[in-house]
Each structure stands twice: as structure tokens, then as C-alpha cells.
Design a protein around this ligand. Sequence first.
Ligand SMILES: Nc1ncnc2c1ncn2[C@@H]1O[C@H](COP(=O)(O)OP(=O)(O)OP(=O)(O)O)[C@@H](O)[C@H]1O
Length: 278
Amino acid sequence: MSASLAERTRLGGVSVEGVSKIFRRKRLEIHALSETSAEFKQGEFVSLIGPSGCGKSTLLKLIAGLDSPSSGEVRVGGEVVSGTLPTASVAFQKPTLLSWRNVTDNILLPIEIRGGRPTKADRAYASELIEMMGLQDFASHYPRELSGGMEQRAAIARSLITRPELLLMDEPFGALDEFTREDLNEELLRLWGAEPKTVIFVTHSISEAVFLSDRIVVMSARPGRIVDVIDVDLPRPRSARTRTSPEFNELVRRGRVSLEAAKAAGGPANDAEAGGKS
Ligand SMILES: Nc1ncnc2c1ncn2[C@@H]1O[C@H](COP(=O)(O)OP(=O)(O)OP(=O)(O)O)[C@@H](O)[C@H]1O
């Protein structure tokens, strides 16, 4: 039975409350995030941008339950995150497909990891995703037979097979050429429009963030905290024409100014010898 709207709202919203993350490596403490707070509403598409090393991936991993905060709390659907979530899915920059499985079987893998055998409905949904991703002629191909862009499309289909309420994407198109990237941006928005879900999307590209998002959250240099939020009120659906509008270009400019300020806004990193003064 599909979840009610109220249940979906409960399942997909994210709240990050005063989260700090300190990595301890030998005697060194690295302060990756400092007292970071943010809200991501159910069904929103939000991009995270910030200087390299400011803690974007760390924040995503904490939301995904792949790591835990040093202090503060992350809640998904109102519940404190304390491990990986069945309602969430993560897509990384590297597609990490299993070389001995074909495209269809790679896409079905999350179903098996959750202890199930893929049902007829799962297989039908895998075919649907394969088609949406333009991989219909490659369903039985192995990763070595695919281009980089095709592998990434297969990995994105894999992240969607469980119909997650929350999709966490860490620079998924970072390694692709601009044309493929722009095509996949539009594909992703089509998918998101067809099956609404909360998406938190890390990118280094301001124009990608503007094209995709409802909001852009800007993080400061390490230790990362949120220093700006840009509302992207461009009409949807968005297409190649969106990128040529003056409003789009003004938002890219605004993002660039904000990112420059964010680079300068990094506080003292507070890194310290463990046990020493910070
Ligand atoms: N497992 C870890 N152990 C030690 N330090 C880590 C670990 N993971 C991340 N860090 C450190 O935390 C800081 C934030 O890293 P993170 O990968 O979250 O940044 P980022 O904003 O995603 O960077 P980029 O934009 O370059 O991908 C960095 O200084 C990094 O070296």
C-alpha cells in the first residue's frame, strides 16, 4: 500500500540541529562541521555548495546515517538518525557498479541487499528506470561495456529502485562532460517531477545548482556551517531554455558572489592536537 501524504511528509523531511563533526586522526582533530543547522522540507530539491573541503560530503553522510555527528542531531522524518535508513538512498560521484553484474542486476542490487528477492514489480520498475535513463539497449550489458555517462545513469537508476523518500546525491555528475551533465540534469528533474522526493544534491557547479534546485544552501570554508540560502524561484519545468534566461544568469551571479563570501567566511579551523589546546 502506498504511503499517505502525511506519512510521506513524515518520512522525507530532514532537520540538522546544531551538528558538529570532528574527525580524530592519530593525534590530530579535524573540525569538519561546526554547529550546523538546516531544514530540508519533504519534496524539496536543495543543492549544497561551498568551498572544497568545507564538509558537504560529511553532512550528506551524517544525513544518510553512514557516520554519526560528534554533537547535535540529524532527524529524518522526525526520527533521530542512528544508522542507514530504508527510506533514503545515496548516489556518489563514482558509480561503483559491480563488474560481474549486468546493468539490470546492478540496478536491482539494493533490493537484494535489503534481503528481498526482486519481484516481478521490481523488475518492471528496473526496466522503467532503464528506459528513463536511455539505457534500454544496454540492460544486459556489463559495466566494462558502458561509457562513463552510461555507468553513472545506471548508478542513478540503482539509487531510485527502492523508491526512496530521500535521495542524497554527492556530485553525481562531477566527472561527466558538460553535455552529458546537462542532459542528466534534465533527466533527473523529469524523474523528480514524476516521483516527488526530497533531494539533497552536492555540487561544485553553481549553474547546475541553480538549474536543479528550489533552494541553494551555501556553506562556509571549514569548519563548515551554513552562511547563505538562495531561493531559486525559476519556473518549472526547466529546460535548456531556462539556462539562457536573464533570471537564471542573475541567480548564477548571486551564487558566485555568495560562494566567494563563503570562502572568506571560514572561521579558524580549530584543528588541534588531540588532548591539546584548540
Ligand atoms: N573519514 C575522515 N577522516 C578524517 N578526516 C576526514 C574524513 N572525512 C572527511 N574528512 C575531512 O573533513 C573535511 C571535510 O571533508 P568533506 O569531504 O566533507 O568536504 P567537501 O566539502 O565534501 O569537499 P569537496 O568539495 O572537496 O569534495 C576535510 O578537511 C576532510 O579532510
